[in-house]
Design a binder for this molecule. Structure first.
Ligand SMILES: C[S@@+](CC[C@H](N)C(=O)[O-])C[C@H]1O[C@@H](n2cnc3c(N)ncnc32)[C@H](O)[C@@H]1O
Length: 310
């Protein structure tokens, strides 16, 4: 795999140092299988203009929408990761605006964007507030373009707390009640955010933990699918794409972040990237028999290709 700086439809990886609106304009229609991004929240981060406000945010989302929609394949997905805009202590949920803008943007189109999940990403660290409860979650809006779409649940199942649980009534009484491959990770994801001691930490103030885009990529695309991150920062979605054998296109406007993105993507091609694996949220208490993995489940798991759970 090679990293290219100019887009060509046969590239495996294209990273662009510049404005994503320019990159989007040259991408062909229906080219991408999945778009993942965390856009700027317009509240004074190091990479934002000091005068940006909630109206800037809304404008940016409206401007970008048509091209996002155009470059996405029918059956593809958009995952927009957003948090809150804080204005003089007032908390404004950004996904509220994104939902309206995206739905409004396709209201007259034949193939609508349909919201499939509003995923709560919860994490343990952040600012400690004294005037309200400390914020420990953000959201991911997952839309599909059209009614049918890829969803590879078995690739992202997570361990059950009690895999040995059995049905206690009905026709399945006495039989194991869970799925042998693990449980659906649900729409609440407990994934550590990238703070000072995290192995993935770079100088970017708001990078994704790699496991977050990685779970989306595994669940929503097939190998060799094309992933786009128009606000790629230090390239976490790019790294996740390479680790999952997908193709990647990203844009980053700030040269310093762009250079870090390029080196991290190169490290993932070379197999040297340091990542923090997703730890199971539930640590089974193996002192109880119901928390032990049943032999029947072990056999099924051995026969399944996708062994690397995230
Ligand atoms: C929230 S951060 C995304 C971080 C990224 N998810 C990561 O893991 O590193 C948003 C990024 O978008 C970049 N950005 C802002 N406006 C942009 C634009 N018009 N085109 C490309 N990148 C832009 C910012 O410099 C910032 O790095």
């Amino acid at each position: 795999m090679m990293i290219h700086e100019k887009f060509n439809k046969n590239n495996d990886i294209t990273v662009f140092n510049g404005d994503c609106y320019e990159l989007l304009k040259i991408l062909p229609d229906s080219y991408c299988d999945l778009i993942i991004a965390s856009p700027p929240y317009c509240m004074g981060k190091a990479y934002e203009d000091i005068n940006d406000d909630i109206d800037t945010f809304k404008n940016q989302q409206s401007i970008i929408f048509n091209d996002l929609y155009r470059v996405l394949k029918e059956g593809g997905s958009i995952c927009w990761q957003i948090g809150y805009h804080i204005n003089h202590s007032e908390v404004i949920p950004l996904d509220y605006y994104v939902y309206q803008i995206f739905r409004e943007g396709c209201k007259d189109l034949e193939i609508p964007l349909i919201l499939r999940n509003r995923i709560i990403w919860t994490f343990g660290h952040g600012l400690n507030s004294s005037q309200r409860f400390s914020g420990r979650h953000e959201t991911i809006l997952w839309f599909t373009k059209g009614k049918s779409y890829d969803f590879n649940l078995d690739c992202v199942r997570i361990p059950q707390k009690y895999p040995g649980k059995r049905s206690y009534k009905g026709v399945n009484k006495g039989k194991l009640s869970g799925n042998p491959l693990g449980k659906n990770p649900s729409d609440v994801w407990d994934i550590p955010n990238v703070k000072a001691n995290h192995v993935e930490k770079t100088l970017h103030p708001c990078q994704f933990p790699i496991t977050l885009p990685r779970r989306l990529i595994r669940a929503l695309t097939q190998e060799k699918g094309v992933i786009l991150d128009p606000f790629m920062g230090v390239g976490s979605t790019g790294v996740a794409s390479i680790l999952e054998n997908r193709r990647f296109i990203g844009a980053e406007i700030i040269e310093e972040y762009y250079q870090i993105a390029k080196s991290r993507i190169q490290e993932s091609i070379d197999g040297n990237i340091r990542i923090r694996d997703d730890k199971p949220v539930n640590k089974p208490d193996v002192r109880t028999s119901v928390a032990k993995l049943p032999e029947e489940f072990k056999k099924v798991r051995e026969g399944v290709k996708h062994e690397k759970k995230i």
